[in-house]
Write a protein that binds this ligand. Structure first.
Ligand code: GAP
Length: 434
């Protein structure tokens, strides 16, 4: 875990937020490589959940919404709260399920537990009174439910269909911990599938399988992924059934995604609280009233940050003694990440930096590629050292421009995983790399 945290900082993936001010309670900033990798994760999810399907469309709802939404969804009541104990001596607070009988900070005893709501409060407008209270959304899906009718009508959708969204969510977690695993500000990728109640079980299985395959396809090994059927008494207030997809992190098996059958909890409650009829009228039924019902919702919900942690943990490899015949017998790090998720796809390396002709050619190659793919230019250090630096960040291909390139207009392309090298004509490079 410590290795991943320091690697992430050293190589520009993840920095502690506000670091020069001593940091800020479990907030993290994504650096230049982190931001590219997150974008790739989101693109992979978006294309699997929307572009690849003609029955799912996307939205982007606002983070601040009418506070009545959170009353209707049940998030302002006891259901969306942690049980909290306070140390009688140092007054530090902890989640009851995270501590034993004594305070881990001073050994003091605890008060009885109290409920602590997780919604993040703010004020909208110039006056900070009860009437101006608003909340930062705690899950992105509520923005989907309240737009159910808008989307259905504007896109002429018929049940079953889905709505997908990627966006930030906020929870005032008492014990944020484990790096980017549990934070107060995070990003979710959620898809809500609206279906007839009788088909909910069938679609639950379908989506669970589809989501598991998404991880396998992007390189997560089967031995590190498992499912956990959440027992009835532990279900969230909205859920009829929930299965967590868990990953084997350095600190144990933990949830990275939830697949939920939310029944008609959300649509029926928003109908009741807003007065807007959110029932679906099945056009295939002869009598309109007989065919009116609240669709059930099957939800797939995953954190971008947790998936990023998962993909980093899976890909990070330390190879004692190095790789290949020219290994320096030092430990080498290789980020063996799926090529679609790799933050940098290609690097251009002039063999030497003091030959203007080679540098000029390398710059031309760099300019040719950078419009189409995330590309680095690196001229400092020996070629071997540069390769190792690139392997560390999972760069897929390294292109060396050498003395022969000046004669034959070809370059050497080295593959990160096999370390095999191939000579490719510069005018065929884009095609080859694609
Ligand atoms: N809409 C349903 C929902 O939000 P959840 O199980 O509370 O369900 C879904 O959250 C996913 O969101 C989790 O599996 C996790 O990936 C991510 N998530 C939730 N809370 C988080 C936190 N405090 N920090 C980072 N990710 C979080």
């Amino acid at each position: 875990m410590q290795k991943l945290v320091s690697f992430s900082k050293r190589r520009g993936f993840i920095f502690p937020s506000s670091e020069i001010y001593g940091g800020f309670g479990s907030c993290y900033d994504y650096g230049p490589l982190g931001v590219e990798m997150r974008k790739n994760i989101k693109d992979a999810w978006w294309s699997s959940m929307t572009r690849g399907k003609d029955d799912i469309v996307g939205i982007d709802a606002s983070i601040l919404m009418n506070p009545k939404i959170w009353e209707a969804s049940g998030h302002l009541s006891a259901g969306f709260a942690d049980e909290l104990v306070e140390c009688k001596k140092c007054h530090h607070r902890f989640r009851e399920d995270f501590v034993k009988d004594k305070c881990p900070d001073c050994g003091g005893s605890f008060t009885k537990s109290k409920k602590f709501n997780l919604m993040m409060k703010t004020f909208v407008g110039p006056v900070e009174d009860d009437a101006s209270v608003a909340y930062l959304r705690a899950e992105t899906c509520q923005g989907i439910y309240v737009n159910f009718k808008n989307v259905m009508q504007s896109m002429r959708k018929k049940v079953p269909f889905g709505i997908a969204q990627i966006g930030k969510a906020f929870r005032n977690e008492i014990n944020p911990k484990d790096f980017i695993f549990r934070t107060r500000e995070f990003e979710q990728m959620e898809m809500q599938w609206f279906c007839p109640p009788k088909d909910a079980d069938k679609f639950f299985e379908y989506w669970l399988k589809k989501r598991l395959n998404w991880y396998y396809d992007l390189g997560i090994s089967k031995k590190n992924l498992r499912t956990y059927e959440v027992p009835k008494k532990e279900l969230a207030h909205y859920a009829k059934r929930a299965v967590d997809i868990e990953y084997k992190f350095p600190f144990g098996w933990k949830e990275i995604e939830g697949v939920h059958n939310r029944g008609d909890w959300d649509l029926s409650n928003h109908d009741k609280h807003s007065g807007e009829d959110l029932k679906y009228e099945d056009p295939s039924c002869a009598k309109a009233t007989a065919g009116k019902y609240y669709p059930y919702v099957i939800e797939t919900s995953v954190g971008v940050d947790r998936s990023m942690f998962t993909f980093l943990a899976e890909a990070y490899q330390e190879i004692e003694g190095g790789r290949g015949k020219n290994a320096k017998k030092e430990m080498e790090i290789v980020l063996n990440i799926d090529k679609r998720l790799a933050p940098v796809k290609v690097a251009v390396l002039p063999l030497v930096k003091n030959n203007p002709e080679i540098v000029k050619k390398a710059r031309q190659v760099y300019d040719l590629l950078r419009a189409d793919m995330v590309c680095l230019y690196d001229e400092s250090g020996s070629i071997g050292r540069r390769y190792r630096r690139l392997d560390e960040i999972g760069c897929v291909s390294a292109i060396t421009v050498d003395f022969d390139s000046l004669e034959d207009d070809s370059v050497t392309v080295r593959d990160r995983d096999t370390m095999k090298q191939k000579r490719v004509k510069i005018d065929k490079l884009l095609e080859f790399l694609s």
